[in-house]
Design a protein around this ligand. Sequence first.
Ligand SMILES: C=C(O[C@@H]1C=C(C(=O)O)C=C[C@H]1O)C(=O)O
Length: 326
Amino acid sequence: MTQILFRLPFSSKIFVNDLNSENENIGFTSFDTLKQLNFKGNFKEVSPEQLLENQWSSSDFKFTLNDLKEESEEDYIQKLGNVISFIKKNKLPKLVISRRKIIGLENQKINLSQSFLNLIKSYDNAFIYLFKTEEESWIGAFSEVLGKFNKKTSEFETMSLAGTLGLDKEWTKKELDEQKTVSNYVESVLKKYSSQVKISDTKDHHSGNIKHLRTDFKLKIDEEHLSNLITDLHPTPAVCGIPKDFCKKAILNFENKPREFYAGFSRVEMSDDVYFFVNLRCAKVYKNAAELFVGGGITSQSNPQKEWQETELKSEAILKNLSISS
Ligand SMILES: C=C(O[C@@H]1C=C(C(=O)O)C=C[C@H]1O)C(=O)O
């Protein structure tokens, strides 16, 4: 059965699609935009207790991950060395590279309903979701907004989110430049849609054990331009790079497999607002394993060892909330 559970940022309500209508008010688009997955049904609120009455477990899935071998730290660090040479040669401000961390589940299972509830408790500011179809299941929790459109006021909001450090560390030029690249890109796209774009100061954005730099943008747009604007914005240099198409090709060459829904985006239509969230801090769950997708912005200033550690830190966002048992 194709079902999705979700909770919007700063909300206490959990929704499930009720399968009773043909409406498709929630869906996901893959990073390369070639795959779309929409869920039918109206949204029905459910309580945590109701969720736990009918628990989703990885042991009920039929799909398995065939190749459980993951990219080693050594291989990833070596690859990042090549990425940095490529960035220098092509004078790229930034290129986002990712990997998959694999958690094998030999004689173990993940209680996905409980994991979803754990994520809700951990991340008040995040969009949290869990879905399963006949072929795949994903779970994710992150707070990066690609767009939020209010149907009554026509106000559109987005953010530039980049740069990653532990909570106790001080920002350096590397992260400030990296985030500025994203802000400049977002501003240049938004200016095509309005001459009045409001831009906030840049501030810290906390996400569990790490922090990012964030700038907010607001403007008014015609509703008919919403989907073009989203297509224009995606993928931002927070998940891809500059120039966009050149970096998309480079990502395909450097990464071993397509990103699927990782670094793509979701669309959630509620009565007043339409939300688009960047799908980061997420995992694809199989009967025998979970694949955690993690990446980071690489620049000519990057230190490969630190970039590896950054992906390890990011993987904890989901990993420490997975309810795994034998
Ligand atoms: C690419 C990821 O995160 C993105 C990249 C960041 C960075 O490079 O510092 C920070 C936040 C996200 O926009 C990820 O979580 O996998």
